[in-house]
Design a protein. Structure first.
Length: 279
């Protein structure tokens, strides 16, 4: 395996799960990490509040199977993804941390490719890649999320849309912690984190190859709807404008497009995400 010129040989995996997830999906997600061509020595699983019996039983079985590699962190109550990840990142023992959602499936060489990227480009602090959305069968791709490769292009893209695919991102723990880690921002915790990192001068890179099968469907688009989500987006773009990251024209344009998407019917929102908001 070619690892590049740098020094990174180990990485942690950070995942959060809550009671509404399916044990079958969680099992598939964990096993896709177990099957990595370059395996992890540190898997942090944050249980965001009490879980259901099926999830608890599956996690107990994986703890016995994986031994000291799997570290389960249990939170007393559900606190949301951002807070759960903030709790979990403290336990990550490696500088590089690979994010993984509890219902996705990583490509077997996902983490190997990201390690190679960090070793080849030691200046970067964030690395993601292409994700392939699916509904039932991961081999049947519904859509692809392809993002700009270089840091300069990523910065420009971030002025309009989220520049990294959070479900398959790998980042330097020290860089994330330096800007305050994840912070409460309704459904946009990751975007807000990337913006603060880019504004602070940390660099990113997106591998132009698929790294992850992401479970999608209508529920995913439903979560990105309503006044609460529209207000959250407005707040985020107001932050960009205040920090001088975008100009007033871009701010107005983004407000109009994003508000329209959040308040549109689900079928139209899905169309906008696939045909407008990702281009």
């Amino acid at each position: 395996m070619f690892m590049g010129v740098g020094e990174y040989r180990e990485y942690s995996v950070l995942m959060s799960v809550y009671h509404k997830e399916k044990a079958e999906y969680l099992k598939q997600a964990i096993e896709s990490i177990q099957a990595q061509t370059f395996p992890t020595n540190d898997f942090i699983l944050v249980c965001d509040g009490p879980l259901n019996d099926a999830l608890d039983e599956m996690i107990d079985a994986k703890r016995q199977e994986m031994g000291n590699v799997l570290h389960v962190v249990r939170l007393a109550k559900n606190s949301g993804l951002g807070n759960a990840l903030n709790e979990g990142i403290v336990y990550c023992k490696n500088e590089l941390v690979a994010r993984m959602d509890s219902d996705d499936i990583a490509y077997p060489d996902r983490c190997e490719k990201q390690l190679t990227a960090f070793n080849t480009h030691p200046e970067i602090s964030i690395c993601s890649g292409i994700v392939e959305e699916f509904t039932i069968d991961p081999n049947v791709v519904d859509a692809k999320r392809i993002l700009p490769e270089t840091n300069a292009a990523i910065v420009e893209f971030a002025k309009k849309r989220n520049p990294f695919n959070h479900p398959c991102v790998m980042y330097k723990k020290s860089s994330v912690e330096a800007v305050g880690s994840y912070q409460d921002f309704y459904l946009l915790e990751d975007y807000y984190l990337w913006l603060r990192m880019l504004m602070a001068g940390y660099q990113g890179y997106n591998i132009q190859e698929p790294l992850l099968h992401m479970r999608a469907g209508s529920d995913m688009y439903m979560r990105r709807s309503g006044w609460k989500y529209a207000k959250s987006q407005a707040k985020l773009f107001a932050f960009m404008k205040k920090q001088g990251f975008i100009k007033n024209g871009q701010y107005i344009k983004s407000r109009v497009i994003r508000s329209g998407s959040a308040l549109a019917p689900n079928w139209l929102r899905k169309f906008m995400f696939e045909r407008v908001l990702r281009n």
